[in-house]
Design a binder for this molecule. Sequence first.
Ligand code: NAP
Length: 499
Amino acid sequence: MICVSIGRGRHRHVIAEHRHLTEQGIKLVELRLDYIQGTVQLQRLLKDRPGPVIVTCRRSADGGKWEHSEEQRMVLLRTAIVEGADYVDLEDDVAAKVPRYGATKRIISHHDFAKTPADLTHLHRRMVEMDADIVKIATMANHPLDNLRMLELVQSSRVPTVGVCMGEIGVPTRILTGRAGAPFTYATFNEDRVLAPGQIGWQQMRDVYRYDTLTRATKIYGVVADPVAHSLSPVVHNAALAAAGIDAVYLPFRVPAEQIDEFLSHARRWPLAGLSVTIPHKEAVLKHSNRHDDLVKWIGAANTLSFGADGIAAFNSDATAAIESLEATLAEQESQAAPGGFGVKTAIVLGAGGAARAVAFALRQRGVEVTVASRTLERARKISGDVNCKAVDWAHRYRVPYDCIVNATPVGMHPNVNETPYDKQHLKSYMVVFDTVYNPENTLLVKEARSIGCKIVTGVDMFVRQAAIQHRIWHGVEPPTDVMREALKQATASAKQRG
Ligand code: NAP
């Protein structure tokens, strides 16, 4: 079950949001009394409530907004019990002061905004003894393994326990706590108005992660990156899983560079079935895999891991996706390619990171003469040595014209949408312009190239193709690419709206 936290300053807004959520099928809400401005009118909130509520009034020390005295807070919580609130949330240090009364259930809660304590089991045992109907523990995750300790606690508890980790690293626990046995998870009414670090919106929880359908049998996939909050991979892969009717969920795992080895060493504890890998882990993951496809070997980086009984297999779907995107677009746009040939003879790849390496490799495989231009010339030189192409300094990218310009830098990516890595004055109408940036699809480079008649390949096409290859690797079935493309377009459009 998803419990939506409502934190509004005015009673009428709280009531309206509760009604709306009930109409949308939400069966439990948390009324955050500490958000209400002025005197709290409990009866007004509880009298005609459309569904069960948890009454919570958080002090600032626990992440709340309560500005009045502790005595007034205690009176409010006791009154909520007398008024027959369905649940009341009592912090573990005050729970003993508020006795059980009537049918109101007691949620004993503990918050730690700095860390996830080393001894969670001891903390939990102490809270269970406080006449708890439900134990709630919310702690800051500083390490991906904090998630695992929290989920294992929830799973082993005999008293219903909602265990979540806060912050971007802790997001997986919010989505998996029910799978581990928690009676509910917390989500926010509006994803732009979070009440605790790392909280996600209820619609995302219900529609993207399909929280209520997750069981112990549900397989766990995800993207491992740092940062990960803006990744659109969860939207695209979860849409594909839902459309294909596969019992699996795809999560955002924020894993800092120095913690990737430990994260992968504990993969079986989740257990992880597959991962997309992105910045900064594409090379570091290789030492954990015992099988590579040829592309991984040649490119020296993986963007896909598949976990099996016989170890971890590594793949690189970027190179194949890049070349498929180019070929499909050129075929569609009636390229001058000779039958069986490839319309592009010379190409410049802007950037020298993982994407540039994959694209340069793929183009070389098709016999294209490739030049890599990079701010850090050393990185371009490394690629040129590995895939047998040229390397030039960033400032020299306009020296000669090329048939194909590939942007493999983040220049032009949201929110820096007014930037381009290649000035319009140097574009020629015969060029193929391939921008790997997918958010937005129509970057400034794409718009300027289109305006002078260049052939265009977009990052959206490449992104959907690389995700589709991953889907095939993990699930062994043809992916619903139209659904994936649509999910990506909707997600980039709503990211644009939110600014
Ligand atoms: P990466 O390994 O971090 O490499 C980024 C490259 O861009 C580096 O060479 C970096 O140069 C260069 N760069 C960054 N900012 C720059 C600037 N302002 N001016 C000039 N060069 C700059 O990242 P990656 O994994 O290769 O990804 C690069 C981009 O490719 C991403 O932003 C993403 O949009 C795109 N991508 C798309 C797909 C897809 O499916 N569509 C897949 C993968 C990647 P330095 O080394 O000097 O920092």
